[in-house]
Write a protein that binds this ligand. Structure first.
Ligand SMILES: CCCCCC/C=C/CC(=O)SCCNC(=O)CCNC(=O)[C@H](O)C(C)(C)COP(=O)(O)OP(=O)(O)OC[C@H]1O[C@@H](n2cnc3c(N)ncnc32)[C@H](O)[C@@H]1OP(=O)(O)O
Length: 719
């Protein structure tokens, strides 16, 4: 709803009231419509100030209402009535003005923002466009290029950037409401026509057509297959080329095609999943709301390779003092130089000073005595990590949290090397750690709720999307990646090329196919893991067949490439060819194609054409199948956790919701049927055998994804 009050004699104050973010629910729209009508018709009112309760202007349309039939006044007529009114309306923006919230502010004749406020049109991240006039008014206010940037990326801008762009008229560090009231008084009686954005001409680049074509190409490349960014460009084109009323018609039509689309549903599911994972729970019953995080005043990172450096940067950027430790002076100096340059570069991007004073570089473990939490990021080797944990346990304060950045090793074994195993958790960052949003917080059987709560809280402070997961090889993300990667190399044995597999995955929406990713991250990463698991190298029993390990099908192709020194981009060749070591542009490699043919004939394998459909079904359904096993094992609390991990950490296209959401969208019976088909065709690949949870869900009538947890619970209660 909205509260109407009269202040300072002649000013009507309309306050949006809908905690927690004053979203524009039907009741709020009704309240604003009624209050604006009242203010306009009251002869004693000279001007209006619009604000939001509790320091938040407005978080936009109420996303929870999207799934229900629309009731109450429409957003567009409500907004149009404000702009057309004959009394000045001033938006007093505190906290956020996002989506419909900013569109509401754009209809006001003046905008005053608190310096801490954030503004933006994030609809594209929900699979929509800003269809309450946002695509038509913003270009008329700040010009086509700047508006297109905000609308197609959905990024939030600070009040200061908004002032520079011309979105707001004033920024203040005073009481925003008081200033807005003074301001409203000062402008009352001034002509309103120039303040109505719908009457303005947008400023356009001279080469508008080629500018918009370029923009279209970029959005298509950035989010392959996503329809909302394309519609955003089309809507802004309408703003640039048509009168306002026709532009509004186009905006409405484009929105109508998106509003009920599968992509919008998927992206809105992602939005709510991201919030669901914050309400974490452990099988023990410990939860986000019954476990208290400890404050972290000072942290340490031990091991300053690529991951350690990124983690140290993240901590410093969040304002947390850090001790950064390497084993030897020479390595420390190299790392110090690298970390300092990242901090300087990042600070420059944000127009701020680098917080270099917050980081202390050291080779002395004694410097860790005062820290509240350590993140170990040494080489991925269990013996080495155990040694580090033993030392940490003797040097650090007894109540210090000891975290490991391992990507797959057993957190429990590391905990066992310490005096306080309950204070040990995994904090699995993704490279580059200061950029990637995902953090897997891994609890072992002995991790205490307070340790998990502290790591989750720290993740939030670092700006990460943190997901609490159980302890198993590869946790959630990497465990599901294994069958996916295995299928991709099996497909090469059967006749596919890396190019075909990558193309299918990229057309599905991944930014890069599996082989390009492998070249980028280095084939030796997986090689080392496989050696550790005894799948290749000296651990393999003599006489074991090249293509069978532990009774299951195995593909040695990646190992063979590694042995030839083809480690990917860093050596200039891997699954593709690059112009030089470190080169980035992948080219087809005839050598690799010959090598595959020779390999097939050496092993008596008959190549057959592999369709795009088979690539997708085998790679994605095997990954999804592992996701169901993870739910069954209680490693992830719900499908939202898995989907959030895949969208934020593994490039799963958000407009497809995440792997588990995708399974629901395809239809669980179809996924089951396909897995049964492929598993019969390949009985030596156990990952293709449908998981029992998938079978149970299908037997239970394939309930919608938000009901899966109930089925999982019944599985657990029967165990
Ligand atoms: C043809 C029909 C036409 C219909 C017109 C459709 C028009 C659409 C235009 C729009 O406005 S779409 C919405 C655009 N707005 C957004 O995308 C903003 C989304 N929210 C956020 O980004 C963040 O929530 C925030 C506002 C920056 C606040 O972040 P913070 O970290 O402080 O809190 P959260 O944990 O994210 O959120 C708290 C709580 O609030 C719920 N929530 C947030 N925004 C909305 C919203 N717009 N609608 C409904 N609910 C919202 C969020 O789900 C959390 O709820 P929970 O239950 O506590 O998890």
């Amino acid at each position: 709803m909205a509260r109407y009050t009269r202040i300072a004699g002649s000013i009507a104050l309309i306050t949006l009231k809908n905690p927690p973010v004053n979203a524009l629910s039907a009741a709020v729209r009704q309240g604003i419509t009624d209050s604006v009508g009242r203010a306009l018709s009251d002869p004693e009112v000279e001007a209006v100030v619009l604000c939001g309760e509790d320091g938040k202007f407005c978080g936009g349309a109420d996303i929870k209402e999207f799934a229900r039939p629309m009731t109450g006044p429409g957003l567009v007529p409500m907004i149009d009535a404000i702009e057309a009114g004959e009394k000045p309306v001033v938006a007093a923006i505190e906290g956020v003005a996002l989506g419909g919230g900013l569109e509401l502010a754009l209809a006001c004749h003046y905008r005053i923002a608190h310096y801490k406020a954030r503004l933006g049109l994030p609809e594209v991240t929900l699979g929509l466009i800003p269809a309450a006039g946002g695509t038509q008014r913003l270009p008329r206010l700040i010009g086509v290029p700047a508006a297109l940037d905000l609308i197609t990326t959905g990024r939030h801008v600070s009040a200061h950037e908004a002032l520079k762009l011309g979105i707001v008229d004033r920024v203040t560090d005073r009481n925003t409401l008081e200033l807005a009231v003074e301001f409203a008084k000062s402008v009352s009686g001034q002509p309103l026509a120039p303040r109505r954005l719908s009457t303005r001409q947008p400023s356009c680049p001279t080469d508008l057509d080629s500018f918009l074509e370029g923009a279209m190409l970029r959005v298509r490349q950035r989010a392959r297959g996503a329809i909302a960014p394309v519609a955003c460009v089309q809507a802004v084109r309408a703003a640039a080329t048509l009168p306002f009323s026709q532009g509004m018609e186009q905006e409405k039509e484009l929105m109508a095609s998106l509003f009920t689309s599968a992509q919008a549903r998927a992206m809105q599911y992602c939005f709510f999943s991201q919030r669901t994972v914050g309400r974490w729970s452990m099988p023990s019953g410990a939860r986000w709301d019954n476990s208290k995080a400890q404050p972290i005043h000072k942290a340490a990172v031990i091991g300053l390779g690529t991951m350690g450096r990124g983690i140290a940067v993240s901590l410093v950027q969040a304002g947390i003092p850090v001790v950064a430790v390497e084993m030897e002076t020479k390595q420390l100096e190299v790392a110090k130089h690298a970390v300092t340059s990242i901090l300087e570069r990042e600070a420059q991007k944000r127009g701020k000073e680098p917080k270099l004073g917050l980081i202390h570089f050291s080779i002395d473990l004694q410097d860790l005595r005062e820290v509240d939490l350590v993140i170990e990021a040494v080489f991925e080797d269990m013996a080495l990590k155990k040694q580090v944990f033993r030392e940490l346990s003797s040097v650090c304060r007894p109540n210090a949290f000891l975290c490991t950045n391992t990507s797959s090793l057993d957190v429990n074994q590391l905990a066992a090397a310490t005096r306080m195993p309950e204070l040990v958790v995994g904090m699995h960052f993704f490279a580059p750690a200061h950029v990637m949003k995902l953090l897997e917080v891994v609890y072992g059987p002995r991790s205490s709720p307070v340790a998990v709560a502290t790591a989750m809280q720290l993740g939030k402070r670092l700006g990460k999307v943190s997901v609490a997961v159980g302890n198993c090889h590869g946790f959630v993300g990497n465990r599901m990646l294994m069958p996916y990667m295995e299928q991709s190399v099996f497909l090469l044995e059967e006749g596919a090329t890396p190019e075909q597999v990558d193309q299918a995955l990229e057309e599905f929406g991944f930014p890069m196919g599996v082989f390009r990713v492998s070249d980028l991250s280095g084939l030796d990463v997986g090689w080392k893991v496989r050696k550790g698991l005894g799948l290749t190298g000296p651990g393999v029993a003599p006489g074991e067949s090249a293509r069978i390990r532990q009774g299951r099908r195995y593909c040695p192709l990646p190992d063979l490439l590694c042995k030839q020194g083809r480690l990917g981009q860093k050596t200039g060749k891997g699954w593709y060819l690059y112009d030089k070591p470190g080169g980035r542009v992948a080219k087809s490699d005839p050598w690799l194609h010959n090598f595959l043919e020779e390999y097939r004939s050496q092993h008596g394998l008959q190549a057959h054409p592999v369709s795009q459909q088979e690539v997708l079904e085998r790679c994605l359904y095997s990954l999804i199948n592992e996701g169901f096993r993870i739910l069954e094992d209680g490693i992830a609390a719900g499908p939202e956790d898995i989907d959030t991990i895949y969208v934020f950490g593994y490039g799963w296209p958000p407009h497809r919701g995440g792997p588990m959401f995708h399974a629901g969208a395809v239809g669980l019976p179809t996924v089951l049927e396909k897995l049964e088909h492929y598993s019969q065709a390949h009985p030596d690949i156990p990952q293709l055998q449908p998981s029992s949870l998938l079978r149970r869900l299908v037997t239970a009538g394939s309930p919608p994804i938000h009901k899966w947890r109930e089925v999982v619970k019944t599985v657990h209660s029967q165990l």
